[in-house]
Design a protein around this ligand. Structure first.
Ligand code: TXE
Length: 466
């Protein structure tokens, strides 16, 4: 695969050079992506700027075109999914599901009615004005879905965009940009690709009025610092170290499936995946075993293989990070109830790993592992478990598991994070609900009316008789 172009001002354009894209199922380079130079970045920003005045004026037109984009993306799913699998590693059915998610988001924002806001005495209207050019920077775990969390609300609100996918997964986003070019007016959605320094060039560029970023907390801080220079607005969706707290009346056999997939879906490479489980001593052994049984039975294979449930980890640094964290935990007294090792084949395959005997203070408990390895931590006192769950700089999501919903809700109320689910994890990830982190998990929210408002500034319009 070599024929991927960037989309700038509605045209397919090459970069100043190319960079390699690796198939994580083989570890081999399988494609090259355009490496956008500074001049081309200027062109993309200029195109987005030029497209803004006309685009922001006609809301009906924007809604129609987002619906048209949804139809086109849906029709292209069969062509895009294999590209997504090749660069990201996820099974084909998951790649198709991710594209379907993006379609859902487009349709949601096309259909969303934005209420008119008028002061109680009717003398003033509060108007949500689009900002102008939005620079969007996305990660490699859900390149298309997370791009659409930005594209759909930003464009619906009347902004234009320059979008840069992760250098690990640029291709599907580039292909989507080319596919949408005949639908959207030139310059409304520009898609460029390049290595990490291109992200820094985007955040420092004078054209964007907002940076919408999803990625690591470390990079998010750099983005915020760069944006502060000229007071660009920012939305940051960063990492998490999301706890699941199991209450002592839960039934391990009943919750294990849902809990397992809340941690291991997409190979654990989800910002809101369950990253640590707090289990009461009474249920500890049963829960570990129930999770381990599932981990051992999962089919890990290339995303193109029939029946694959999990693919490889997306990239070598992440693979080495997961292996390093598991190794560290095993050296510090944890036991692998399932997995614990890389899978002996080319590519970045790792055994789904359930760790018992892990404790707070071990790196895999304290840090974001972002991979197929889950520590289960025993607790005696629920208040202490809650304290440990909150004892992190992250605050993205959490879950509480118990048949006693009132009791679970009381525990949920103690958790400092952007979303808590009961007897599920991440159930509130929907187009119509705000999604964002507390503490160092982010700034601002995406999705729903709130996500759209994040792409606007307020303007008060006060009328009076002359
Ligand atoms: O992320 P980065 P990486 C976490 C996960 C993982 C770690 C590192 O724990 O181990 O992040 O992954 C662009 N200015 N998450 O290195 O660096 C970069 O090109 C502007 C959690 O891939 O945050 C890419 O497009 N942009 C996360 C994007 O930032 C810059 C999902 C994300 O890359 C930049 C992915 C800069 N200075 C990883 N440097 C989640 N929240 O879901 C890089 N980029």
């Amino acid at each position: 695969m070599t024929d991927f172009a960037m989309t700038v001002g509605g045209a397919a354009v090459p970069g100043a050079g190319t960079f390699d894209v690796v198939d994580p199922a083989t570890g081999e380079v399988f494609a090259r992506a355009p490496d956008c130079g500074a001049d081309r970045l200027d062109q993309a920003m200029a195109a987005a700027r030029a497209a803004f005045p006309a685009w922001r004026r006609d809301e009906r037109h924007r809604r129609d075109l987002l619906n048209e984009a949804a139809r086109a993306l849906e029709a292209a799913a069969g062509r895009l999914a294999p590209i997504l699998t090749a660069e990201q590693g996820k099974p084909l059915k998951d790649a198709r599901r991710e594209i379907a998610t993006a379609v859902t988001w487009l349709r949601y924002y096309a259909g969303l009615d934005v209420p008119r806001e008028v002061s109680p005495d009717g003398s003033a209207e509060v108007i949500r004005r689009p900002l102008g050019v939005v620079a969007a920077i996305t990660p490699w775990n859900f390149p298309i879905a997370l791009a659409m969390w930005k594209i759909a609300p930003a464009l619906r609100a009347g902004n234009t965009m320059v979008l840069k996918p992760s250098p690990y997964t640029p291709l599907t986003t580039l292909a989507m940009g080319e596919m949408l070019a005949p639908i959207l007016p030139p310059g409304v959605l520009n898609v460029i690709s390049g290595r990490d320094p291109l992200g820094a060039l985007m955040t420092a560029h004078p054209a964007p009025r907002k940076i919408s970023f999803t990625g690591s907390t470390a990079t998010g801080k750099r983005v915020a610092a760069a944006a502060a220079e000229d007071l660009k607005r920012v939305t940051l969706e960063l990492g998490g170290n999301d706890p699941a707290i199991i209450l002592d009346d839960a039934n391990p056999g009943q919750i294990a499936d849902s809990l397992f997939w809340s941690a291991f879906a997409n190979n654990g490479q989800i910002c809101l995946a369950v990253k640590r489980v707090y289990a009461p001593e009474r249920l500890y052994d049963d829960l570990v075993e129930a999770l381990a049984v599932r981990a051992r039975s999962v089919r890990v294979d290339a995303g193109t293989a029939d029946g694959a449930q999990l693919g490889p980890i997306n990239n070598r640094p992440q693979y080495e990070r997961v292996a390093g964290l598991v190794g560290d935990a095993l050296r510090h007294g944890a036991v692998a109830a399932a997995g614990g090792r890389p899978i002996d084949r080319p590519g970045y395959f790792y055994q789904p790993t359930v760790l018992s005997g892990a404790t707070d203070g071990t790196r895999i408990v304290d840090e974001e592992q972002f991979g197929p390895a889950l520590p289960v931590i025993a607790y005696r006192d629920l208040d202490q478990a809650v304290e440990r769950a909150n004892g992190t700089d992250y605050g993205l999501t959490a879950s509480v598991w118990s048949p006693d919903l009132d009791r679970a809700a009381r525990v949920a109320a103690e958790l400092d994070c952007g979303q808590v689910s009961i007897n599920a994890h991440g159930r509130g990830v929907r187009p119509d609900l705000p999604f964002g982190g507390h503490k160092r998990s982010g700034l601002g929210v995406e999705n729903g009316l709130w996500g759209l408002y994040g792409h606007t500034d307020l303007q008060v319009l006060v009328g009076s008789q002359s």
